[in-house]
Write a new protein. Structure first.
Length: 244
């Protein structure tokens, strides 16, 4: 199982929100590139970057911070937050990002998303953020009456090779992830690479996700608070191949 330590960006700083609430934000650093390098030195091979300003306002706002991280090299970087156009996709990929994450636009312009999936293949992932089982968009500020598992199946049918699914209620809450959600999704979209995100705070949860066939996990607040040790997680789940 791949592990993606997360850097959420707001106004150029490293932050974490609690349950998607922009008014409940903790700042963990002013140098995102230094944080990315610290993750790399701890053994990380992958990095999950989110432009929170872009996700909320609909246009990427932390491009320079992302550029600085990409220039360092040494990590497979996936980038999301406010990506709405092909030009934005090309801009991030040209920086050296391994893939771009489409989020709100997958709901507001599914036809565009399907075209990008066909054109870029595995260099596009789709982030599906769920509140009480329904899809939320625009930085989690708006919830649509779209059932999550059904939407994931629709994306898979359109050619999506990678889904990043977040349970908003668990994100940043340090109360554990929604294991039942990922079991259901693993059955619903068995042929799509599935990334679990939101609330992972114990090694045992990673073991359960690995055992059910989840392909990757995003680690956020648990790393910043010290609840999980990145080097130990990488050693167990990436270097040793995870669960038998």
């Amino acid at each position: 199982m791949k592990l993606f330590p997360a850097i959420d960006l707001r106004s150029g700083r490293v932050v974490r929100l609690t349950q998607g609430d922009y008014d409940r934000m903790t700042v963990y650093g002013a140098d995102p590139a230094a944080q990315a390098d610290a993750f790399r030195r701890a053994g990380a091979k992958h990095l999950h970057l989110v432009d929170l300003d872009g996700a909320k306002d609909g246009a990427p706002a932390n491009f320079e911070a992302i550029r600085a991280i990409a220039r360092q090299g040494g990590l497979f970087v996936e980038v999301g937050g406010g990506i709405r156009t092909e030009a934005q996709i090309d801009a991030y990929l040209s920086l050296g990002a391994g893939r771009c994450i489409l989020g709100s636009v997958a709901v507001t312009d599914f036809a565009f998303t399907a075209r990008m999936l066909q054109k870029y293949g595995p260099r596009i992932a789709v982030g599906v953020d769920l509140r009480d089982g329904y899809v939320a968009i625009h930085g989690w500020q708006e919830t649509r009456p779209i059932e999550g598992a059904a939407f994931c199946k629709k994306l898979a049918d359109a050619g999506c090779a990678a889904l990043i699914v977040t349970d908003i209620a668990r994100d940043g809450a340090m109360q554990g992830t929604n294991l039942d959600l990922y079991r259901r999704l693993r059955r619903a979209v068995p042929d799509v690479a599935l990334t679990a995100s939101g609330g992972i705070s114990r090694m045992e949860e990673l073991a359960e996700l690995d055992g059910m066939g989840v392909d990757a996990a995003i680690l956020g607040k648990s790393l910043y608070t010290g609840a999980l040790d990145l080097a130990a997680c990488v050693c167990r789940f990436e270097r040793e191949g995870g669960q038998p």
